[in-house]
Design a protein around this ligand. Sequence first.
Ligand SMILES: [Zn+2]
Length: 137
Amino acid sequence: MKTEVRCYKCGKEYPLTNKTIHEHISCDHCHSHMRITRATERKFQVMRYLLVFVVCMTLAFGISMFEKRNYIVLLLVFSTAMAVALIADKIGLWLTWKIFGLEYEEDHPEERARLRKEEEREKARRKAEKQRRKGKK
Ligand SMILES: [Zn+2]
């Protein structure tokens, strides 16, 4: 697991810690912007979905406690679920870091928007293709 991020421009290294991990990082030496790579972003997304799932399961467990009239456990469960939901992004990023490591790259908003658009177009194309094939049957 990588424990530091190196600025792509000036080469300055920054330690990655629980407090310094973010989706965006800017170098305080040369002020260039970096953000997590698309690959890292995808893993981060998966972690977030996983957390939403955990919150749902926790709530389901809480509701089963309600039937048993165990209100203290119910309250605890709901506060935990709320807390997790509120900081899901932070936990998700932390988990991504611990499991996969975080990769950073130069932040190119235009380039990223272009890539995203391309991906969407590709997705739409594949969907249309699928529907066309379905229509044939
Ligand atoms: Zn720098």
